[in-house]
Design a protein around this ligand. Structure first.
Ligand SMILES: [Zn+2]
Length: 473
């Protein structure tokens, strides 16, 4: 039942506000600066992933110019002594806040509620997240991507998926012909990915995936409800990535979920070359808030959440409203089963990629990625496997592996410098000393400043936004 709230949540999560803070604008020249990281231990996340100790990395013109080669004279030095360098992290399942129209859509009507794009992106880059995959993208997200490209905002690379659904919602598809047209329109609008959703029927699902294949768009998404009891039928060629482990557990919602089920799902995925975003953190956060809203109140990262969303999470929380022992037990059973699924998928050799569903209440962009990695490690992935799932593999699935995903000469400088070795303890990914985002260096001091500016603004405006009054905004 948890995902039944999603359409509502998606709207909730796309809420913002414009503020006229003076944001630091990266000038072109600054971005072309040359940097050298000295004496650093590189964890390249390439296939063999041999750690390169005490290395020298030169970053020039946004790219990794050289590793252990000559140092240009005018390079800015970053001391990497005792530190560890990994590729920028990739969150494969986010819902990004963006400008929104809360009212009636009349001719010439703009959005009615605006959000500062830097505020939306700060928690990503502060946490070393340099690429995100938005699974409910709208035209506003193209605008955000352009702001980042123009250097007005320091933010991650954005891959955008267009959602296609059946049912009675706005823009839903009812026939194979509708579905094919929706895919062609998405391509025309500039999307590179299609997200299939829960209310498609078998005919519209198949047509969506088939047309996406024809149009060269990769497909991620839910397993539509109609496949319950016949899950194997969803595995048609080109259905490339399942958006959460929960998609599988929903297929057997009222049954006891066993290791045998996990193994069967893993085999079906393997046979069809369909990858999985386990997305463990969202259900854990949902379970916690169903139990008590104190779990939200006590979150250290809550201060980075926009006041309107904060008010929604605390005072209009639909999960908590439906609290019951039965619901908590159900969510607990999902948490257990999803860990079993991670093991089964690993054993079957199905590639898994890290995604958080950031935007769902309690799941804070950027911070949640580290929680997810920790949960994957607890479920049974090695620390190295977790890191592969957050770097090289998602870059491969998104088909940007020529650009990012490993620490290699010629790739874009999306890098995270850590104070401790994440291969020893996955929690060390939280010990961030600095981040390169597309060649722009943010040291610890700058990151802390960006975060404290965001927290200050949120604190100042905490009483100015009420979820119940959103239609007035
Ligand atoms: Zn989602």
């Amino acid at each position: 039942m948890t995902r039944n709230f999603l359409p509502f949540l998606l709207i909730a999560f796309t809420i913002f506000f414009s503020c006229n803070k003076n944001k630091s604008v990266i000038s072109k020249t600054e971005n072309e600066e040359t940097y050298v990281i000295k004496n650093v231990n590189i964890i390249p996340m390439t296939e063999n992933n041999e750690v390169i100790e005490n290395a020298t990395v030169v970053i020039h013109n946004k790219k990794i110019h050289s590793i252990n080669d000559t140092i240009p004279t005018e390079a800015k030095t970053i001391d990497g002594t005792g530190k560890w360098l990994i590729p920028g992290l990739i969150d494969m399942h986010v819902h990004t806040n963006a400008d929104l129209n809360f009212r009636e859509n009349k001719p010439t009507q703009s959005a009615t509620f605006f959000m500062d794009t830097q505020d939306v992106m700060t928690t990503h880059v502060a946490n070393g997240v340099t690429t995100i995959f938005d699974l409910g993208a709208r035209v506003e997200h193209f605008g955000q991507r352009n702001e980042i490209a123009k250097g007005k905002v320091i933010g991650p690379r954005m891959a955008l998926a267009r959602l296609i659904n059946g049912g009675n919602g706005r823009g839903s598809v009812h026939t194979a012909s509708d579905a094919r047209q929706a895919v062609r329109s998405a391509k025309e609008e500039g999307y590179n990915f299609i997200k299939v959703y829960s209310s498609l029927n078998i005919e519209t699902f198949n047509a969506t995936v088939d047309e996406a294949k024809k149009q060269g768009l990769n497909v991620v998404g839910h397993i539509p409800d109609v496949f319950k009891g016949q899950t194997e039928k969803v595995f048609v060629r080109h259905f490339g990535l399942v958006a959460h482990a929960e998609e599988f557990s929903k297929q057997i919602r009222n049954q006891e979920k066993t290791e045998k089920d996990a193994k069967a799902f893993a085999q079906m995925s393997k046979d069809n070359d369909t990858w999985l975003i386990p997305n463990l953190i969202a259900i854990v956060k949902i379970r916690d808030q169903v139990q008590s809203l104190d779990s939200i109140r006590s979150m250290k990262s809550l201060k980075y959440v926009h006041p309107l969303l904060r008010d929604k999470w605390l005072n209009s929380n639909n999960y908590n409203k439906h609290s019951s022992t039965e619901f908590i037990n159900y969510l607990d059973s999902l948490i257990t089963f999803h860990k079993q699924m991670v093991v089964a998928f690993k054993d079957a050799g199905v590639p898994m990629v890290v995604g958080t569903d950031a935007g769902v209440s309690g799941v804070v962009t950027g911070f949640a990625l580290h929680d997810e990695m920790q949960l994957l490690s607890e479920a049974g992935l090695t620390n190295e496997e977790v890191l592969v799932s957050a770097t090289r593999l998602p870059a491969e699935w998104l088909e940007i592996n020529e650009l990012v995903g490993t620490v290699k000469e010629g790739k874009f400088a999306d890098l995270v410098l850590l104070d401790a070795n994440p291969l020893e303890n996955i929690e060390n990914t939280r010990k961030i000393s600095g981040v390169f985002v597309n060649g722009t260096w943010l040291d610890k001091e700058q990151i802390d400043k960006m975060l404290s500016d965001l927290a200050d603004w949120n604190a100042k405006n905490i009483d100015n936004f009420k979820w119940s009054k959103r239609r007035e905004y």
